[in-house]
Ligand binder design. Structure first.
Ligand code: AMP
Ligand code: MG
Length: 306
C-alpha cells in the first residue's frame, strides 16, 4: 500500500534478477515520491507548503514543483474543473475517513480558499506559496499517475525491458510481453462489482480511471463521492467513470479527474482536441462514450450494457 492505494508492479527483464531489481527500484521510487507529495504525511513537502499557507513560501523538490506546475496546466485545460486548491473542501467531506455531509455554511466558508489564483509557484527559486491562511493543495487527483511515470523511469534504468506499474486504477505500461503482445488492461464496470466494462491493449501508454465508486457513501439514497466540483464543492454529477489513455500517467490522471467534473460532452470535446489522449466515459445514466481514436482498439464487455 502506497499513496493510499494498492500498488502492483510487473517487470520483464533479461534475467530473473534484473526483473526483480527493477521491481524493487520501482517500489522505492513510489515510496520516495509519497514522502514528498502525500498530504497525509505531515512531514511531506506539500504538507509543509500547506502548513505555511498565508505565511511564507516553501522550498520544494523538482518533483513536487513538476506535479504542481502540471496540475496548474491541467486546471487551465479543463477551465478550472481540475483544481488542486480543493483541499479544504475535501477535508470538509472527509470521504476517505469518516464521511459526513458538510453544511452549506461550512462549504461557503471554505469556498474562498479553493482559489488557484492564490497558488504561487516560483520556478526559479523553486518555491510554492499559498496566499491565504487555511488554503491546502491536494494532488490526490494527479499524483498517482506521476508516481507511475517515475517508477517506470527507474525500472528502465534498472534494466527492465518491459513492465506495468499499477497504483490501483492508475496504470502505466512500457514495452511488450515476452511473447510480443501488448499489455492488456481492463476497466472496471462502475456499477457491477467484479465485472469489466471494457478491455484494451496498451504499449508505452498510461491509463487512469476516476470513478464515483472508488470512495463514496450513501445517504437518503444519494451517492456522495470523492470528486468534487470546484464551483459547488459538491460531488460532480455528470459521470460514473472516466478513463483516460495518454502517453504519460500524469496527464491521464490529471485529466480523468478534470473530465469527470467537466461532464461527458465538454470532456469528450477536450479529449478530441488533444493529441495522443483518448477516453472512455460512462455518463450519469450509464451510457458509454468512446473517443474516436479508441473505437477500433477497445473491446466492450458483453455485460457493459451497450
Ligand atoms: P482521482 O482518483 O484521480 O479521480 O482523484 C480523486 C482525488 O482528487 C480526490 O480524492 C481528491 O483528493 C482530489 N480531488 C477531488 N476533486 C478534485 C478536483 N475537482 N480537482 C482536483 N483534485 C480533486
Ligand atoms: Mg485523477
Amino acid at each position: 500500500m502506497h499513496m493510499g492505494t494498492l500498488v502492483s508492479i510487473t517487470a520483464v527483464g533479461r534475467s530473473h534478477d534484473e526483473a526483480n531489481d527493477a521491481i524493487t527500484a520501482g517500489f522505492q521510487e513510489i515510496k520516495r515520491l509519497e514522502q514528498l507529495l502525500s498530504t497525509w504525511i505531515s512531514s511531506s513537502e506539500l504538507s509543509k507548503v500547506n502548513a505555511a499557507a498565508g505565511q511564507s513560501a516553501v522550498k520544494v523538490s523538482l518533483e513536487a514543483m513538476a506535479v504542481v506546475r502540471k496540475s496548474l496546466q491541467v486546471a487551465e485545460m479543463t477551465e478550472g474543473a481540475f483544481n488542486i486548491a480543493i483541499g479544504p473542501a475535501v477535508e470538509a467531506w472527509n470521504i476517505s475517513a469518516e464521511p459526513r455531509l458538510p453544511t452549506p455554511e461550512e462549504l461557503a466558508a471554505v469556498k474562498p480558499l479553493v482559489d488557484l489564483q492564490s497558488v504561487h509557484t516560483d520556478v526559479w527559486e523553486r518555491t510554492i506559496y499559498l496566499e491565504k491562511p487555511g488554503m491546502r493543495i491536494d494532488v490526490g487527483g494527479i499524483g498517482k499517475g506521476y508516481a507511475a511515470d517515475q517508477a517506470v523511469l527507474v525500472m528502465k534504468k534498472a534494466g527492465a525491458v518491459a513492465g506495468v506499474v499499477a497504483l490501483s486504477g492508475d496504470i502505466k505500461t512500457f514495452g511488450r510481453l515476452p511473447d510480443g503482445t501488448a499489455f492488456p488492461v481492463g476497466i472496471r464496470h462502475p456499477r457491477k462489482e467484479g465485472e469489466l466494462l471494457a478491455e484494451l491493449d496498451l504499449q508505452d501508454e498510461a491509463i487512469s480511471t476516476a470513478g464515483d465508486y472508488e470512495r463514496f457513501f450513501e445517504k437518503d439514497g444519494v451517492r456522495y463521492h470523492h470528486i468534487l466540483d470546484p464551483r459547488t464543492l459538491q460531488p460532480a454529477r455528470g459521470c460514473q467513470s472516466v478513463s483516460v489513455i495518454a502517453k504519460e500517467g500524469i496527464w491521464a490522471d490529471g485529466l480523468d479527474t478534470g473530465i469527470f467534473v467537466l461532464g461527458v460532452d465538454r470532456g469528450m470535446d477536450l479529449v478530441e482536441q488533444l493529441e495522443d489522449v483518448e477516453a472512455i466515459i460512462v455518463d450519469a445514466d450509464g451510457r458509454i462514450r468512446v473517443s474516436s481514436g479508441l473505437r477500433n482498439r477497445v473491446r466492450l464487455s458483453k455485460g457493459s450494457g451497450q
